[in-house]
Design a protein around this ligand. Structure first.
Ligand code: GLN
Length: 388
C-alpha cells in the first residue's frame, strides 16, 4: 500500500459519507450537522465588504488582532475569564483544526488521551496523528433520560501516561451538558494527575431547559491547564466559513500556535473581518438562537417519537440520539442506509461514535439544525416507516 500507515488506520468519516449518500439519493439530510438556513445578514454584509475592501492576503497566523481582541473580550464578558489576546488566543480553520493543533501542540507519542464515548468522530484520527492512545469513558442514558458516566470508571481512566482529557460540552452526539459537579470531578482528577483539559465547546450557546454551559477553564486551578476551543460555525450558522478559536495559557498556546501555523497558516482573512462583527452581536442574538433551537428540538422529538423511535432528549447542541429497535431489528448501518434510500431521510448510524459496534447497534443520530419546513418534510417522509 502506498498510503501511510497512519492514514490507513483512519476511519472514513461516516458523517460526511451520509451527506454524500443523501445528495445522491435526494434524501432530506439530517445527518451532517450543518444548518440549511441563512446566516445573519449583517455577517454576510461584513464578509462581502471585507472582500470588496481587498482583504485578500494572509492574516497574522494567530488571527487578526481585532478578532483576537474581540475573542478575549467575549471570554471576559461572558465567563469572567482573563485572556491575553496577544499571547493566549489563536484563530484556526474551524474548531476541528483547533482540536488537532491543540493535540499536536501538547501530546507526545505514547501518551494517553481520555474522552467520553460516544464521541465526536475526529478525536480518533487525532489520536492516530499524534500517536497517542485513546481511553474511553462510557456515557449511558439513565432511567430519567440523562447521559451519565460512572465516576469510578473516570477515575480508573487516569494514570501516569494520561496527558489530555477531551471535554466536549455540550456534547456531540448525545447533547449532554456537563454539570458543575461533573466538571469539578474532572478538574480534581486533572489537577491530581497533572493532566491538560482540551475542550470542545462549539455548541456552548445552544442549550435547553435552563441547562448552563460552564467552561471547565473557569473552575479553580483549571485556567492554567486548559485549552478552551470554540468557534463561529454553530453559533452563527456558518459551518463552511471554517472559523474557530482556542484560548490557553501562553506556555500551552505556544505549541498550539506552531502546529496551526504549519498546518494552515491562517483562517480566511475576509471572514475573520466578519468574525469581528459576529463577536459584537448582543444578547438578543443569543436568546433568539436558543429559542429557535428549542422549537426545532421540540419538532424533531415529536417527529421521531410518533413513528416509534426512542430518543434521548438532548440538553444542548443540535443532535438527537435515538434507539430504533422498536421499528427495525436491522443494524444501525443497514437501517441508516435504508432510511436514506427508501424513506428519503438521512441520519448518521451510531457506529462512528463508538469504539465497539455492539454499543450502537440500534442507535442513529439525527441533526435538527434545519428550517421548520425541512423538519416538516422529514416528518412526512418518516410516516412511511410505520408501513415499511
Ligand atoms: N460537527 C458536524 C457533525 O457532527 C459536522 C461533522 C463532520 O463534517 N464530520 O455532524
Amino acid at each position: 500500500m502506498r498510503t501511510s500507515i497512519r492514514t490507513q488506520h483512519f476511519p472514513e468519516s461516516i458523517i460526511r459519507e451520509m451527506t454524500r449518500i443523501a445528495l445522491d439519493v435526494g434524501a432530506i439530510n439530517l445527518s451532517q450537522g450543518y444548518p440549511d438556513f441563512a446566516a445573519p445578514q449583517v455577517l454576510k454584509d461584513a464578509a462581502t465588504q471585507a472582500i470588496l475592501d481587498d482583504w485578500n492576503q494572509y492574516s497574522v497566523t494567530w488571527g487578526l488582532k481585532p478578532l483576537r481582541d474581540a475573542i478575549a473580550d467575549h471570554y471576559r464578558r461572558r465567563y469572567g475569564m482573563e485572556v491575553n489576546p496577544d499571547t493566549e488566543v489563536v484563530v484556526c480553520c474551524g474548531a476541528t483544526e483547533c482540536m488537532i493543533a491543540a493535540m499536536l501542540g501538547v501530546v507526545n507519542p505514547g501518551d494517553e488521551v481520555i474522552f467520553f464515548e460516544p464521541y465526536y468522530e475526529s478525536y480518533i484520527p487525532n489520536c492516530f496523528i499524534t500517536q497517542s492512545t485513546p481511553r474511553f469513558v462510557s456515557l449511558r442514558p439513565s432511567a430519567d433520560g440523562r447521559w451519565e458516566f460512572d465516576p469510578d470508571e473516570l477515575r480508573r481512566a487516569f494514570n501516569e501516561r494520561t496527558k489530555v482529557i477531551i471535554v466536549n460540552s455540550p456534547h456531540n452526539p448525545t447533547g449532554k451538558v456537563f454539570t458543575r459537579e461533573e466538571l469539578q470531578l474532572i478538574a480534581d482528577l486533572c489537577i491530581e494527575h497533572d493532566v491538560i483539559a482540551v475542550t470542545d465547546e462549539i455548541y456552548e450557546f445552544i442549550t435547553y431547559d435552563g441547562a448552563q454551559h460552564i467552561p471547565i477553564a473557569t473552575l479553580p486551578g483549571m485556567a492554567e491547564r486548559t485549552i478552551t476551543i470554540s468557534g463561529m460555525s454553530k453559533t452563527f450558522s456558518v459551518t463552511g466559513w471554517r472559523l474557530g478559536y482556542a484560548v490557553a495559557p501562553e506556555d500551552l498556546m505556544i505549541g498550539v500556535r506552531k502546529a496551526h501555523d504549519f498546518m494552515s497558516v491562517c483562517a480566511a482573512t475576509p471572514l475573520q473581518i466578519a468574525g469581528v462583527t459576529m463577536m459584537a452581536l448582543g444578547d438578543d442574538y443569543y436568546l433568539r438562537l436558543r429559542q429557535d433551537y428549542a422549537q426545532r428540538r421540540a419538532l424533531a422529538l415529536e417527529m421521531l417519537r410518533e413513528v416509534g423511535f426512542k430518543p434521548v432528549v438532548p440538553q444542548g447542541a443540535y443532535y438527537i440520539m435515538a434507539d430504533f429497535s422498536a421499528i427495525s431489528d436491522e443494524d444501525d448501518i443497514t437501517f441508516g442506509l435504508r432510511m436514506a434510500r427508501d424513506i428519503g431521510v438521512a441520519c448518521v448510524p451510531g457506529s462512528p461514535f463508538f469504539s465497539r459496534p455492539e454499543l450502537s447497534r440500534s442507535i442513529v443520530r439525527f441533526a435538527f439544525c434545519k428550517k421548520q419546513e425541512t423538519l416538516e418534510q422529514a416528518r412526512e417522509r418518516l410516516q412511511k416507516l410505520k408501513r415499511s
